[in-house]
Design a protein around this ligand. Structure first.
Ligand SMILES: Nc1nc2c(ncn2[C@@H]2O[C@H](COP(=O)(O)OP(=O)(O)OP(=O)(O)O)[C@@H](O)[C@H]2O)c(=O)[nH]1
Ligand SMILES: [Mg+2]
Ligand SMILES: [Zn+2]
Length: 345
């Protein structure tokens, strides 16, 4: 490929990881494009000299992970604008879809940093934040906890402290999402070609943050319900938005709809990462398969008794571990079953 094409693709987030996947023929005859948003049966893509909606059909698609999701790099044929294949991803966020069938829902691909957004009010919930951190750990993406509505909280420092305790070394940023000066520090995670996904409950200010960081007002936002402070699920599509800093342009912000629930499946290593302190202590238990219930010489129970670990945090660790085990084996059973259609995005 020639340099000018590469420089433009570079701004879109193109990396050697992707170009190495192309054969010589593909480099000549096909075009890589990035998925900006996904709609029913269609994807909006951007590439060199191209910004268009095309059919989202992928040939020989076998499983739910073979569908394009926002952030994906696709290889399309030039004249036909048909998807030839989805390039391997540097990262993939997914979850069991809400509802009873628990099919897989893809959230975003090729993300570099995850902004876990919550506000300094009743939305702040350590168990939910831990779930997002587990997801980031599992996917291998750096998390930043963004605490919004600092301006509405009489004592925001308490929220900052509680957030810092969730995972050793985790970055926490306190902002007024409507204020450009207040969010300026967040831009460091979003340089040229970098992709940041924003996740969190409805109403915490994800779209407000994107609007402020991109110095635009293009995304609709809506005041939260007064009675309980909950959001009204204003954003309905996941979409990449470009940061407009400087002539070169900046990175990409992926706005997502607020999630009602976040079930965990296939996140064993993510859980181990967020709770690495507890995992370390459990290594000292006499039995390698210790359930930390009534086994002799249990290091976890000893640590609780000493006050070295927080019993509530221990309970959350166990809950996540159990949930992961149940959902992961259910997912494995589903994968083993032959299936005709799996059309949900
Ligand atoms: N005072 C104040 N208001 C904020 C802040 N962040 C967001 N808001 C307000 O909170 C409301 C909800 O913000 P949105 O940006 O729509 O929230 P969202 O996270 O995108 O919600 P969904 O799209 O429903 O998932 C809007 O009225 C915002 O103006 C903040 O830091 N301070
Ligand atoms: Mg929104
Ligand atoms: Zn034990």
């Amino acid at each position: 490929m020639k340099t000018p094409i590469l420089s433009t693709l570079f701004e879109l987030g193109w990396k050697p990881f992707f170009s190495e996947q192309l054969s010589r023929e593909e480099e000549r005859g096909c075009q890589p494009v990035r998925v900006m948003s996904v709609h029913r049966g269609m994807v909006t893509v951007a590439g060199y000299g191209l910004h268009d909606s095309i059919s989202s059909t992928v040939p020989n698609s076998r499983g739910p992970e073979d569908r394009p999701t926002v952030g994906d790099w696709l290889l399309i044929d030039h004249p036909g604008r048909k998807i030839l294949r989805i390039l391997d991803r540097t990262s993939l966020f997914k979850r069991p879809a809400p509802g009873n069938d628990r099919r897989l829902q893809l959230i975003a691909a090729n993300v570099d940093t995850l902004f876990v957004v919550t506000s300094c009010n009743q939305d702040f919930n350590v168990a939910r934040l831990e779930r997002y951190l587990v997801l980031a750990g599992e996917v291998g993406v750096r998390p930043v906890i963004v605490l919004t509505k600092a301006d509405l909280s009489p004592d925001a420092s308490g929220f900052v402290e509680a957030a810092r305790l969730l995972q050793s070394g985790v970055k926490v940023q306190l902002v007024d999402a409507r204020n450009p000066q207040s969010v300026a520090d967040l831009a460091e995670h979003c340089g040229i070609g970098e992709t940041v996904a924003l996740v969190g409950s409805s109403g915490v200010g994800k779209s407000t943050l994107v609007n402020t960081m991109t110095a635009s007002n293009s995304i609709a936002t809506q005041a939260v319900r007064e009675s309980d402070g909950k959001g009204l699920h204003t954003t309905t599509v996941r979409e990449l938005h470009r940061l407009g800093f400087g002539p070169e342009g900046g990175g990409w912000l992926l706005d997502t709809p607020g999630m009602r629930e976040l079930q965990m499946s296939d996140v064993t290593s993510g859980v181990a990462e967020v709770f690495d302190d507890l995992v370390g202590i459990a290594l000292q238990c006499r039995f390698t398969n210790c359930m930390h219930a009534d086994e002799p010489q249990c290091a976890i129970r000893a640590a609780v008794a000493e006050g070295a670990i927080d019993a509530a945090r221990l309970a959350r660790w166990r809950k996540l571990t159990d949930e992961d085990a149940v959902n992961t084996s259910a997912a494995a059973r589903r994968r083993a079953r032959p299936r005709k259609s799996d059309e949900r995005e």
